[in-house]
Write a protein that binds this ligand. Sequence first.
Ligand SMILES: C[S@@+](CC[C@H](N)C(=O)[O-])C[C@H]1O[C@@H](n2cnc3c(N)ncnc32)[C@H](O)[C@@H]1O
Ligand code: SF4
Length: 453
Amino acid sequence: MNSADLITRYDGRVPRYTSYPTAPHFTPAIGPERYLDWLRTLAEDVPVSLYVHVPFCDRLCLYCGCNTGVVRQEAPRRAYAALLERELRLIADTIGRRQRVSTVHLGGGTPTTLPADCLTGLMDLVRAEFVLSPDAEIAIELDPTALASDRLEALVDMGVTRVSLGVQDLDPSVQAAIGRIQSYETTLACVRAVRGLGIDAINLDLIYGLPRQTETSVAETARSALRLQAGRVAVFGYAHVPWMKRHQSLIPEESLPGPQARFDQRAAIGRVLEEEGGYLPVGLDHYARPDDALAHAARSRRLHRSFQGYTTDAAPALIGIGASAIGCLPQGYVQNASAVPAYSAAIRAGGLATVRGIALSSDDRLRRAAIETVMCDLQADLPALARAHHADPAPLLAAAAALERFETDGLVQREGGFLRVTEAGRPFVRNVAAVFDAYLNHDEATPRHAQAV
Ligand SMILES: C[S@@+](CC[C@H](N)C(=O)[O-])C[C@H]1O[C@@H](n2cnc3c(N)ncnc32)[C@H](O)[C@@H]1O
Ligand code: SF4
């Protein structure tokens, strides 16, 4: 089947499955009390990952789908950092001991909008209240156009081991259309500065499906990205969700490449990264150099999927700090208030800012395992997954029956309860995972998610 037919057939709107159940299914039934209970029962030997959300930027990129806003004054930035510390202390006090932490990720927004002393103070607090594993990864998202020298120096004091740089696209006309001017030289200077600090683990973010992008232009951006020699490159499809992110309506719908062009752009970036750069594809949308830990994890089926995308971090619990941050404990998911005023009010009142979440049923856990395995390994042994969950494989096998048309279309191969997503199926892996999603209305495309392709 050719790509045009595949796109027509599979370009519905499906979740990215950074969690299961996905965030739209979280409800107010889970609030601070439940979260506090869940934290109190966290097992001692369970390592946790910490995610810290900073919802501030110096500017607002028109395409941005993140929970962020422009805040330029120092006072609200400092006030927010103080609230993060308060939330962190309350969580550590509730756990009642210094829990082991395997990964710290500061994301946003742009975490380096916080003053340098706030960033180092926050990491000092993490070290005081938790026990960082000796090989802990401390990762931070950076905007190469907005990185003051004191923030750069702070990365060393913080013990940062990995940085993710937003690049998106290096073509000036695309950058003008998306309100993000960032020359190759600025990006290169940032990469060099970070390497100069001894931080060699570098991720780059690219986006396709933006206005004025063509197959040729995105291939050129990918070629420039190769020169930066990052260990990992994430290649995201532009998620145009103006009903959720009003500023995106400044990008006219008619300026966006259609599904076929998006598909071709994604393929063009992949070709450059794989054939010219020697990167290996990882999961749905990541590429890693063969010697990178992410590529190793993919090969040995130890890859995991988190809210930041693909990761080597196997911690079974995630604690999210800050506005909109999501946490995941063995019992289920929790999410903080998204708006900074609501988050601030809750923390100032001395409590947690949890406003929604979901307790996991055994069926959720089983389906989550199938979805994560498909998204990470591009294959799944359904009876083995069910056995590992002491569960009946019947619900998974029944759901997998919907894969018949995927098989006919060459996207999936099946043998009994074993399924493998083919290379042709990789761009459609979310659609494959979606057959196991009991919450998705399978008959009707829901407009709450972005396009599949
Ligand atoms: C928090 S930002 C990265 C750090 C920093 N704020 C920056 O932009 O350089 C996270 C990444 O999400 C991606 N992103 C943001 N909005 C998106 C959208 N609407 N569709 C797809 N990817 C998006 C971009 O690749 C961006 O680099
Ligand atoms: S892409 Fe990054 S810098 Fe731009 S608005 Fe979003 S979070 Fe801020």
